[in-house]
Design a protein around this ligand. Structure first.
Ligand code: G3P
Length: 217
């Protein structure tokens, strides 16, 4: 299972990278704005800064909603760095743009996916990644994890190569549940990854080992 971090915060990206477990980064316009990164040139520079920290794929989202604009923007993003993956919204023009890029061997991430049907379309268009938003489904009393199971089932039926990138992961149990279901990738905040470290018996056991070591010295 690949671990992506869902942030534009360089310190958090470095932190996850330093643990040696990071496989990539996802961003979106909201995450950029949250870090105060605004304006086209600053945003483009920030993508390059992120690529220079991590070794894996970095999703950069287009803001056009028409296919020509998406292709124009996507090409400019892909030029920035070879780690860039073009993130496209799940709308009809996004599917067309996805097909365009996948035919050229350029990586894509189809985002804002909330149904199995949308995920099927993304796979048909050759998306590298599909991003079902599990937390936002949970927010409206719909089972986000069930969507991951449905997509896994459908993709396995037909051997689609599109990787299921569980997005809008909010906490550590989402990570564990996505791993059980077989999501290919999860993207979440640093806290969702760090939560995997925690167990009181680990802390208690370590404290005892250290105390016992001191007794003998
Ligand atoms: O990866 C998608 C993500 O950024 C959305 O997360 O928490 O805003 O639903 P959230």
């Amino acid at each position: 299972m690949k671990f992506f971090i869902d942030t534009a915060n360089l310190d958090q990206i470095k932190d996850a990278q330093d643990m040696g477990i990071l496989d990539g980064v996802t961003t979106n316009p909201s995450l950029m704005a949250k870090e105060g990164i605004t304006g086209h040139d600053n945003i483009m520079k920030h993508y390059v800064d992120i690529c220079n920290i991590v070794e894996g794929d970095v999703s950069a989202e287009v803001i056009s909603t028409d296919v020509d604009g998406m292709i124009r923007e996507g090409e400019a993003l892909a030029e920035l760095h070879d780690q860039i993956v073009i993130k496209l919204p799940m709308i009809k023009d996004g599917v067309k743009a996805c097909k365009h890029f996948s035919s050229k061997g350029i990586k894509t991430n189809v985002t804002l996916v909330f149904s199995a049907g949308q995920a099927l379309l993304a796979a048909k268009a050759g998306a590298t990644y599909v991003s079902p938003f599990i937390g936002r489904l949970d927010d409206i009393s719909t089972d986000g994890l069930n969507l991951i199971s449905e997509i896994r089932h459908i993709y396995d039926n037909y051997g689609f190569d599109t990787q299921i990138l569980a997005a809008s992961v909010r906490h550590t149990m989402h990570v564990i549940d996505c791993a059980k279901i077989g999501a290919d990738v999860m993207t979440g905040p640093l806290s969702s990854i760090e939560g995997l470290l925690k167990h009181p018996l680990t802390d208690m056991g370590l404290a005892k080992f250290l105390a016992d070591y001191k007794k003998g010295n």
